[in-house]
Design a protein around this ligand. Structure first.
Ligand SMILES: Cc1ncc(COP(=O)(O)O)c(C=O)c1O
Ligand SMILES: N[C@H](C=O)CCC(=O)O
Length: 424
């Protein structure tokens, strides 16, 4: 079996056999499939097994794998350019498209979501001349030292409070708050408000499983940041172009001062970005005093993939998100029907094409404490069996399941038929 052979060999050369911990399927009794090919909503492993893909490279593949138009534009670009480390028209094309369509003045491209959030926080600190940042339990903003406290995603999956190797000095300016807790954040501002540089939040969390915020919570964050002169950063690395074209800002009607982007903006190639008002963004070097740089930032091939992806979504905006909503709703309702039939208590949280099923007797999952109380063993059994039957779902409850524009009713039918076969 090539899957097994390659993965076992990988264990020798890469820690855990992977380049990002969530890929290692910790907690499941199966090895991760070693993937070879993706087309549309499907991925294929090294043994030729086909899966309906609900991971979508952890979010970017909203058009499905290897979309023809994206591929064509990337190929054309590759004929002339791999990297320059110089201005290109392609980065202008993507920058102007994003700024004009999501309503921000200026953008800076980087190479990952981590770089985007880390740099956005530096910019907020430089702009306000303050040090404290507020982050919420269960939210994940990448692996920058200052964010690795009560973080979501792989940190939660491994059940660790943070990360070894992070000096206390690096997190002493990070204040941790409970997600969706309005009274809690008010108290934090009452105590530290004048020293808070920024509040960093996933407006729809996807890294403790999907946990949407309450509108009043986001409105309170907006009010507090405005009143105390702090910067509100929406981390839309996952939700940008995913839950709506303008991300969660469009859904909630609440504005951030800086928005961080990643995943879809690079069309599946390594990319991140942070964007906001001119008055804030012009504090970045070379105009302003906040330094941030990158040899590969704005790479032409990445810009081409991002531009082709976003242009395609933007041109079919309404029907695009309507279709994702329809498929998402179908999955949610079908899932609920089967789990009710089986008598398995659960909560399903969904934001358009992002969804998590929590196995729990609680009636809602609204924060980190709720998410941690869910039955992880049942989730792991669900994930393991579904993957074995060719539904490539997230191997952890503390992640989202993603639907692409290519997923069909037949895919959802297969999903629920397979789920029905599992003996929990
Ligand atoms: C909300 C959010 N922010 C930041 C990141 C970090 O992005 P990256 O993995 O590209 O560094 C992720 C995903 O990992 C994310 O989901
Ligand atoms: N939850 C993470 C990002 O959204 C998953 C991706 C990773 O860390 O490899």
């Amino acid at each position: 079996m090539r899957n097994e052979m390659i993965f076992n060999e990988s264990l020798k050369y890469m820690p855990g056999g992977v380049n990002s911990p969530v890929r290692a399927f910790k907690g499941l009794n199966i090895n991760p499939p070693v993937l070879k090919k993706g087309k549309g909503q499907f991925v294929y492993d090294e043994d030729g097994k086909k899966y309906v893909d609900y991971v979508g490279a952890w979010g970017p593949m909203i058009l499905g794998h290897c979309d023809e138009e994206v591929l064509e534009f990337v190929k054309q670009t590759l004929e002339n350019s791999i990297a320059f480390g110089a201005p290109t028209e392609l980065e202008l094309k993507l920058a102007s498209l994003v700024c004009e369509t999501i309503g921000v003045d200026m953008i800076r491209f980087v190479n990952s979501g981590t770089e985007a959030t880390m740099s956005a926080v530096r910019l907020a600190r430089g702009y306000t001349n303050r040090s404290l940042i507020v982050k919420f339990m269960g939210c994940y903003h990448g692996h920058y030292d200052g964010f690795l406290v009560s973080a979501g995603s792989g940190v939660l999956t491994q059940g660790i409070p943070g990360s070894s190797g992070v000096p206390l000095d690096s997190i002493k300016n990070t204040i941790i708050a409970e997600y969706n807790d309005i009274e809690g954040i008010k108290k934090i501002f009452e105590s530290y408000g004048d020293d808070i540089a920024c509040v960093l939040v996933e407006p729809i969390a996807g890294n403790m499983g999907v946990v949407p915020s309450k509108r009043e919570f986001l409105m309170e964050l907006r009010r507090l940041c405005t009143n105390y002169g702090a910067i509100l950063i929406f981390d839309e690395v996952m939700t940008g172009f995913r839950v709506a074209y303008k991300g969660a800002r469009e859904i909630y009607g609440v504005e951030a001062d800086i928005v961080t982007l990643g995943k879809i903006i690079g069309g599946g190639l390594p990319c991140g970005a942070y964007a906001g008002r001119r008055e804030i963004m012009e504090n970045l070097s070379p105009i302003g005093p906040v330094y941030q740089a990158g040899t590969m930032s704005g790479n032409p091939v990445v810009m081409a993939a991002g531009y082709a992806t976003l242009k395609k979504i933007y041109d079919s905006k309404k029907s695009f998100y309507d279709r994702l909503e329809k498929t998402g709703l179908l999955l949610e309702e079908s899932l609920r029907k089967v789990l009710n039939k089986k008598g398995l208590p659960h909560v399903i949280n969904r934001a358009g094409s992002m969804l998590t099923v929590f196995f729990t007797t609680q009636d809602r999952v609204e924060n980190y404490s709720h998410a941690k109380k869910c039955n992880i063993n049942i989730y792991n059994k669900f994930a393991e069996e579904m993957i074995k039957m060719g539904n490539y779902v997230s191997p952890s409850q503390f992640e989202a399941l993603f639907i692409s524009i290519k997923h069909t009713e037949e895919d959802i039918e297969k999903f629920v038929e397979d789920l029905d076969k599992i003996n929990f």
